[in-house]
Design a protein around this ligand. Structure first.
Ligand SMILES: [Zn+2]
Length: 450
């Protein structure tokens, strides 16, 4: 499911696994289809090709937004964060020129087009003087003063089919991931509010946040398709079908997440964001989905940019901005605390992305991996991206079909509360535990740029 080789890269044969995995898989295919001439087919990298320097629909980076970080980080810290979090494969180094004064980031690996120069902090780096608050948390209201943003994954509703986030078996109730995510987040909201937090939402219904619709994005879909029409392996879709599929992907992936990011970054400005999803194993043909007997859990913290992503200017920009923002410690604390709840209360094993090339272990918890997803790249501040149980695991499927019942029922041989309640409680208990046991951080990400 995770390893999306190019040979699989046709929309007509897309299986329908889980969101983040699928999303990233499709995204990679998309970049392959539409982006970079000669990429992979020639067996070489495309860093030198300059026709297409931004991810689809991405805004051109405003490098001046990094100016507030000038002189704030020491050279050793910068490279420590690269190695452990953002650039474990070492791909970024090809674009950097480093000396005692600072680091220059180039567009190309020949290092002819300078994108940005970042000056190192002196030996007494200002960042080291960041204060940590030692206020003892209120045991009754451990989240008092926190603004938490909830981002239920996907749109759902009328859009679930084109998002490929729904399946149905026989006459059973259709499983629509967007609806499961929203139901769970509503319960999570109550837990957070009861603990003193203010809760804000990227969206709390089944309507898109973006004003764009797939029909608006045909020109962009065609433009990307035409980039290198001749050298591409042709997919099995008709050309019209391929354009439509690409326009839909641009809509629910790029445009929708970008609109949510604008809301988070410009209006909501939370202390941290929780992106909540349910996962799935590949479920075969959409018309004949099949169940499995496995469920794994994972929490993503931002990082692990790949070589093919770093071809793009906007990806280099976001890597730098996230690295300097330094949300990683908070993401890891929260992610590990949620992972511990998963392990203690549910016992589902963690995902293992070892060798995948697109995710790297956090070292903090087997449940927490670094991964570069659109939401955790574009949302400012810490983003905890939680993937719940597999919707097409037999036990989980029965649990979802049982709906939002009161009390407990025997599901898969265990007395369980309804799945939305339990998932919300796992996440809420992890977050509360982190705030009860650790002092709050004075993080650098509060430095929002206009
Ligand atoms: Zn999802």
């Amino acid at each position: 499911m995770e390893n999306w080789g190019l040979a699989q890269a046709t929309p007509a044969v897309l299986p329908a696994p889980h969101s983040a995995s699928l999303c990233m898989g499709m995204w990679r295919n998309w970049i392959f289809f539409c982006g970079i001439s000669g990429f992979a087919l020639s067996g070489g990298w495309a860093e030198e090709e300059k026709a297409f320097l931004y991810s689809p629909l991405a805004e051109a980076p405003e490098w001046r937004l990094l100016d507030s970080y000038q002189g704030m980080i020491q050279r050793e810290d910068f490279f420590a964060r690269c190695r452990s979090v953002f650039d474990p494969s070492g791909a970024l180094a090809k674009y950097l020129s480093v000396d005692d004064e600072g680091v220059r980031v180039f567009r190309d690996i020949a290092k002819t087009e300078l994108l940005y120069f970042l000056r190192w902090a002196g030996s007494k780096g200002q960042e080291g003087s960041r204060t940590v608050s030692f206020c003892l948390p209120d045991p009754e209201k451990p989240l008092r003063g926190q603004v938490i943003c909830l981002d239920p994954g996907h749109i759902g509703g009328d859009w679930a089919d084109i998002e490929e986030r729904t399946f149905r078996i026989g006459r059973d109730r259709p499983v629509v991931e967007g609806e499961l995510n929203l139901k769970t987040c509503k319960l999570l909201e109550k837990r957070f509010r009861d603990a003193g937090a203010k809760v804000v939402w990227t969206h709390d219904g089944f309507s898109p946040t973006t004003g764009l619709r797939p029909n608006d994005l045909y020109p962009e879909a065609i433009q990307y398709l035409l980039q290198d029409f001749g050298s591409r392996r042709l997919p099995r879709y008709s050309m019209n079908g391929l354009i439509r599929w690409n326009a839909e992907l641009l809509f629910y992936r790029s445009a929708e997440i970008q609109a949510r990011a604008r809301r988070v970054n410009e209006e909501l400005r939370p202390d941290f964001t929780i992106c909540l999803h349910y996962n799935a194993a590949p479920w075969g043909r959409p018309g004949r989905p099949s169940l499995t007997s496995v469920s794994r859990l994972v929490v993503f913290s931002h990082g692990a940019y790949t070589s093919s992503e770093l071809v793009y200017d906007d990806q280099k920009f976001h890597l730098l901005r996230k690295l300097l923002e330094n949300s990683t410690p908070e993401e890891l604390d929260l992610g590990a605390a949620i992972g511990e709840q998963f392990q203690k209360k549910w016992g589902f094993p963690p995902e293992n992305y070892g060798g995948s090339g697109y995710a790297s272990p956090s070292g903090m918890s087997p449940y927490v991996w670094h991964r570069n997803l659109i939401a955790n790249r574009l949302f400012r501040g810490p983003v905890i991206f939680v993937e719940g149980p597999y919707m097409n695991d037999r036990t989980t499927y029965a649990w979802i079909q049982a709906g939002e019942y009161e009390g407990t029922r025997n599901i898969g041989g265990r007395e369980r509360q309804n799945i939305f309640r339990e998932y919300a409680d796992r996440v809420a208990d992890g977050v509360l535990e982190r705030f009860r046991t650790l002092s709050s951080r004075s993080t650098a990400f509060t430095n929002y740029s206009p």
